[in-house]
Write a protein that binds this ligand. Structure first.
Ligand SMILES: C[S@@+](CC[C@H](N)C(=O)[O-])C[C@H]1O[C@@H](n2cnc3c(N)ncnc32)[C@H](O)[C@@H]1O
Length: 230
């Protein structure tokens, strides 16, 4: 068996406990609560896919990643944020996650300006589309209040894209904010904004994969301190 990598033996340089965020752009996602939990891939505009992103972003086998937030941008109109540190009684199945999104949309009247509605602990709905959400979560000098509040002061914005730099070439970032698209590619406007705000453009492998799978790979990269600690 090969020898353990240096970082595993040294241990001391392993980064632990930083915050991690995922922003997923849901181009077809619902903005009203009139959808059926039995038709998430169809009538609910691929909310199944977004729910799986919440699953991949937040859940461990028997626990939750308390340092993670997942932000779902719904049709450039609202953003529903899940905070691993404060969310309660969320289970990983798609219907349960989608029900929280539906509950957030039912409470949308309570979201005023940059003030969110919080229909259940750790689940907030912001009346903000992609640009404002990205600026709030990862905007550096352009930061505005919103879903990034309480987050790290200087996060590293990482666009996940099939054409990016190979992930192993990236130094493990501090407080990364990974930005992904759903089943569509980023629009030209989204790409232009990302080219201004993102610090890195990264691919996790040679194949075009589902967004939730890309999230799992990003977590594995962070969990292993860049594939050095197992
Ligand atoms: C199903 S893919 C998007 C589909 C694709 N861009 C298209 O419409 O032709 C969903 C998202 O997962 C992420 N993703 C997929 N494959 C990736 C890869 N190899 N490296 C990095 N991110 C990837 C990207 O954020 C992508 O937008």
């Amino acid at each position: 068996m090969s020898e353990a990598p240096d970082a595993e033996k040294a241990g001391s340089d392993v980064k632990k406990g930083g915050s991690v965020a995922f922003v997923i752009v849901g181009h077809d996602a619902p903005t009203t609560p009139e959808f059926s939990l039995s038709d998430l891939p169809g009538g609910a505009g691929r909310l199944d896919l977004l729910a799986r992103c919440v699953n991949a972003g937040l859940f461990l086998s028997h626990g939750i990643r308390e340092n993670v937030r997942v932000h779902l941008v719904l049709d450039d109109t609202y953003t529903v944020s899940f905070d691993g540190a404060s969310v309660r009684n969320l289970s990983p199945d798609e219907r349960n996650v989608a029900a929280r999104v539906r509950g957030a949309l039912e409470a949308s009247d309570g979201a005023i300006g940059h003030q969110p509605a919080e229909p259940s602990p750790g689940v907030r709905l912001y009346r903000m589309g992609f640009e404002e959400t990205l600026e709030s979560v990862a905007g550096g000098g352009r930061r505005v209040s919103g879903p990034g509040e309480g987050g790290p002061p200087d996060p590293t914005a990482v666009q996940l894209h099939e054409d990016g730099t190979p992930l192993p070439e990236l130094d493990v970032p501090d407080d990364p904010v990974f930005v992904l698209s759903d089943h569509h590619d980023f629009s030209d406007e989204e790409s232009a904004l990302l080219s201004e705000i993102a610090d890195e453009h990264v691919r996790v492998g040679p194949e075009r994969i589902h967004a939730d799978h890309a999230i799992t790979i990003a977590h594995n990269y962070l969990d292993t301190d860049g594939y050095r600690r197992y």
